[in-house]
Design a protein around this ligand. Structure first.
Ligand code: ADP
Ligand code: MG
Length: 322
């Protein structure tokens, strides 16, 4: 089974208490638009007084996301990412920044988050949707060029060298795009709003939003409800892109050490101050598993997680325990 457009995980339940009151007092309205970008529905919602200004801000934020998608997508032939993977080096500033961030999270997760899994993603058929279970020796061969330590960054000239590796930014690009869209909204004068890319959301402003975290197997069931303000929340699940062969589920988050899909967890939700951190950590924690993942989350400031393991057990970090 191939389900590459299914992505939910989080649902926005409701607008906060007193919202009606605030609207009545300050004559603020909600403006929102949804476009299909980054392989999913992206919604930008802003709360503002002036409609033309809100619409301009929304349009500029969407252009920002489009620009990032064009450069970082693995699915656009001949783009900057494809050129980097082909040539082995690039001076593209956007790529430099996102790779720099990726390497930070590789070190933080002890290599669990690793953008050099790209050739493994391809081997398992997740790139073009022609999935297959590879042989052990095929995986071993590919593992020779996997490892974030291969990537060299020349900070002075802002250049990236891949040293035979190839990269895939699918585990971090969405977070990066959300953060940049939020930056655009802020510089356009927007004080309250959100960017929601298929359930990966960042909120801005002093408004509290209520979020429901869906059960990864029983979609109508909520695992937890959370109230958030000025934060980002991202979910990685094994139900987004997967196939089943001989009754076994193989999904798109790969353990860079073994070359096989990570098996300990089915869903990871991370809450952080920005979407990039939440995105990279959600993918990284998937590989780290419950014990090492929670240990990492508890060591980080302003960062929380809800982990569901493959037996359906739910683990919640200290800061969001009821
Ligand atoms: P989604 O983008 O579907 O919301 P994730 O953020 O968890 O989900 O990213 C999954 C994507 O990350 C995969 O499709 C692949 O491109 C990439 N990826 C897979 N395994 C890893 C890994 N161990 N480290 C970094 N990126 C990964
Ligand atoms: Mg991710």
């Amino acid at each position: 089974m191939w389900c590459n457009r299914y992505k939910a995980g989080l649902i926005l339940i409701a607008v906060l208490i007193f919202y009606g009151f605030i609207v009545a007092c300050s004559k603020q309205n909600t403006f929102s638009e949804t476009r299909f970008l980054l392989g999913t529905d992206v919604e930008i919602k802003v709360i503002a007084k002036n409609k033309p200004a809100a619409q301009r801000a929304i349009n500029t934020a969407f252009s920002e996301i489009e620009g990032i998608e064009k450069i970082t997508s693995s699915f656009i032939e001949g783009n900057e990412l494809a050129l980097l993977n082909k040539a082995g080096s690039s001076g593209n500033c956007e790529l430099f920044n996102i790779i720099d961030e990726s390497l930070y999270f590789s070190r933080l997760t002890n290599g669990a988050f690793d953008i050099t899994v790209s050739p493994l993603i391809k081997l398992w058929g997740f790139k073009i949707g022609k999935h297959k279970v590879p042989t052990d020796s095929e995986i071993k061969e590919i593992l020779k060029i996997v490892g974030y330590q291969r990537i060299i960054l020349d900070y002075k000239n802002k250049k990236v060298y891949l040293n035979k590796s190839r990269i895939d930014l699918g585990g971090i690009a969405k977070g990066y795009a959300i953060d940049n869209a939020i930056k655009v909204l802020k510089t356009s004068g927007i004080k309250k709003g959100l960017v929601n890319a298929g359930g990966d959301i960042r909120f801005i402003g002093d408004k509290t939003w209520s979020i429901g975290i869906q059960h990864p197997r029983m979609r109508s069931k909520l695992v937890k409800k959370i109230k958030l303000k000025n934060r980002a929340i991202v979910t990685s699940g094994d139900y987004e892109r997967y196939f089943v062969e001989n009754n076994k589920r193989y999904h798109h988050i790969i353990n860079p050490v073994t070359g096989y899909p990570a098996t300990e967890c089915v869903s990871i939700t991370v809450i952080a101050n920005d979407a990039l951190s939440a995105d990279a950590l959600a993918t990284g924690l998937f590989v780290l598993g419950v014990t090492r993942g929670m240990r990492l989350i508890e060591s980080l400031k302003d960062t929380e997680a809800i982990i569901i393991d493959s037996d359906g057990n739910i683990f919640t970090s200290e800061g969001i325990k009821d």
